[in-house]
Design a protein around this ligand. Structure first.
Ligand code: ASP
Length: 616
């Protein structure tokens, strides 16, 4: 036996016991010639070792250094200098004998919570980085979430079924990673962007509740926090409607909250239509931990037809600033405002800084207008020249401001302005401490448009994926209309622009953590969908003949969802980075800097694959 206990296990109750421990040397501290303290670390914790005078000679001959693997035998003793910060802080081991099981060269960074290692270095030596307790905690949380999800799904009759990795393209909107086939020269497999078509086929086969914690591969530009391979909790159910899916998976997330975080999320998860999310928050994954909703002071008649039609019903939405003495508002396509609570006292300096913030290329606005709502009922704005106090007050009221608030106004092109206002709202929420890591607010976003318009190709693309069904009431619209867009400038007037999808996203604190849909399960409708996306019948048959064929053999009504497992873990762990929750992640250029992958392959491999490099 290498060890009788772990380094996190011993307490005052063990005092007097003889134990054997094995672990890594975290620190060595010498006191005079007679005493040496060593902190020994393993996955479970840290235990202090005390080497007395009798071992001094042996220690001098075989000095253990940082990250050496050490085995010690000794007696548990009460510590004179207790450490209240660690669970083993009441005791130490009076070492009787020790063996160096393996040596270590000096590690490139300190293996402690506050390491001196930069990102790149830590990734290059990820196996050392993983020894740090901060990362270890993240991976423990990941495992706890995994276990909780599996328990819940198992209890609810879901079956974990594996699906292949070497497949044909599954369209989830990204590029495929491809793998050349040696046995079929000139041909390639695609790695799955998700197991979408397989899980649907499993429904056709009668496995009515499927799940898999599964790797997905998407070759996309790695925006801030994406990984080319990531993990989903992928699920599918038969004989269900949207409501059944929402109920089931709301249950799963609440179960994960309870088991992993001890949070009893008892209230029903709020629901919001995509339109409302766009109106009130400027994006489709709103952070509803705080209000500060967007007031629509002026919106163009050409954008978001659904939003426009809703505007008639919503008093906060108006053509209020259609005509304005302030040219910036007057000429803008859109004018949006938010009322920031209690910030009416912001200084010139703070306002200038925020103006610079919205002017950054990532946000891309030309300026930031504001109205300060003073306690005495007067207003002060950045465009005082054009409005009297009454006028300013009217705008501030429209934005929902009360005295003491600060109103921010952005004006410009619809899409960019809405996006910018959404960012500004989030930024203000962060600055005011309204986005608390410890508060969790879930939200279902529903009723997405089924199609998006792709300007480059003048055609429709699936907003979710091509297997998503339209709302039952929109099936007629889809079947009864030709998808062709005659006048690209007026695509919003095409009936397809109004079709709603039977799709849903689960949002947690402003992050999309899951998304899915009720699927098409009849061949005719699926064919119509492929045609709507600009696929010829031959192309549809070539790419998805297997699915269309399967739909002819009694496909049941079905639907599902997939959760972004890495992201869910990061949010539950209070982090913004999914990398911290993946044992061996890739960097922003998709490289594994530890393996130095991707890399070249040798000529023999290329020959076997009948591949030649370089453009001809
Ligand atoms: N396959 C989808 C995705 O990866 C999820 C789903 O529709 O179930 O986003």
């Amino acid at each position: 036996m290498y060890r009788s206990h772990t380094c996190g296990e011993l307490r005052a109750a063990h005092i007097g016991k003889t134990v054997t421990l094995a672990g890594w040397v975290q620190t060595v501290r010498k006191f005079g010639s007679s005493m040496t303290f060593v902190d020994l670390r393993d996955r479970y914790g840290i235990t202090q070792l005390l080497f007395g005078e009798e071992l001094a000679k042996e220690l001098a001959e075989n000095p253990p250094g940082r990250e050496f693997v050490l085995q010690v035998k000794g007696i548990v003793a009460e510590r004179s200098n207790k450490n209240v910060h660690i669970p083993t802080g009441d005791i130490e081991i009076k070492v009787e004998s020790f063996t160096i099981l393996n040596k270590s060269i000096t590690p490139p960074f300190t293996i402690q919570d506050d390491t001196d290692g930069g990102d790149d270095l830590r990734m290059r030596y990820r196996y050392l980085d993983l020894r740090r307790s901060a990362i270890k905690k993240n991976l423990e949380l990941r495992y706890a979430v995994n276990r909780a999800a599996r328990n819940f799904l198992h209890e609810n009759n879901f079956m974990d079924l594996e699906t292949p990795f070497l497949i044909k393209s599954t369209p989830e909107g990204a590029r495929d990673f491809v793998v050349p086939s040696r046995m079929n020269p000139g041909q390639f497999y695609a790695l799955p962007q998700s197991p979408q078509t397989f899980k649907q086929l499993l429904m056709v086969s009668g496995y009515d509740r499927y799940y898999q914690v599964v790797k997905c591969f998407r070759d996309e530009d790695l925006r801030a926090d994406r990984q080319p391979e990531f993990t989903q909790i992928d699920c599918e159910m038969s004989f269900v409607e949207q409501e059944d899916i929402l109920e089931m998976f709301e249950g799963m997330i609440k179960y994960i909250f309870k088991t992993v975080k001890g949070i009893h999320y008892t209230e029903k998860v709020e629901r919001m239509s995509w339109e409302q999310a766009m109106w009130d928050y400027g994006n489709d994954k709103p952070d509803i931990r705080f209000g500060m909703k967007i007031a629509n002071l002026k919106t163009p008649s050409s954008v978001y037809p659904e939003l426009r039609s809703q505007s008639l019903k919503k008093p906060v939405v108006s053509k209020f600033l259609e005509v304005s003495p302030f040219p910036v508002f007057d000429q803008a396509e859109t004018v949006l405002a938010i009322a920031v609570p209690g910030c009416g006292e912001y200084t010139r300096k703070q306002l200038d800084e925020l103006t610079e913030w919205v002017k950054r290329p990532q946000i891309g606005m030309k300026g930031l207008a504001y109205i300060k709502c003073n306690a005495d009922g007067t207003c002060k704005s950045s465009f005082d020249k054009f409005y009297d106090n009454e006028g300013l007050k009217e705008i501030a009221d429209h934005a929902g401001a009360v005295s003491g608030d600060l109103v921010f106004i952005l004006a410009g092109y619809e899409e960019r302005t809405r996006k910018a206002m959404s960012e500004l709202r989030l930024e203000m929420g962060k600055r005011l401490g309204l986005r608390k890591e410890t508060e969790f607010r879930l939200l279902w976003v529903l009723d997405f448009p089924l199609f998006e318009y792709a300007e480059e190709d003048n055609r429709w693309v699936a907003r979710h994926h091509p297997f998503t069904s339209p709302k039952p009431s929109d099936i007629e619209v889809m079947i009864g209309n030709d998808p062709a867009i005659e006048d690209p400038a007026r695509y919003l007037e095409h009936p397809y622009a109004r079709i709603k999808a039977n799709a849903y996203d689960m949002v947690l604190n402003g992050n999309e953590i899951g998304g899915g849909s009720i699927r098409i399960y009849q061949r005719e409708l699926q064919e119509k969908m492929f045609a709507a996306l600009g696929m010829s019948p031959e192309e549809a048959q070539h790419k998805f003949g297997f699915l269309l064929g399967a739909f002819e053999y009694g496909a049941p009504p079905h639907g599902g969802i997939a959760f972004g497992f890495d992201r869910l873990c990061a949010i539950l762990g209070g982090s913004e980075s999914i990398r911290d929750f993946i044992a061996f992640p890739k960097n922003n250029s998709g490289r594994d800097v530890m393996l130095d992958a991707p890399g070249t392959i040798d000529d023999k491999q290329l020959q076997e694959l009948e591949l030649r490099l370089g453009l001809q």
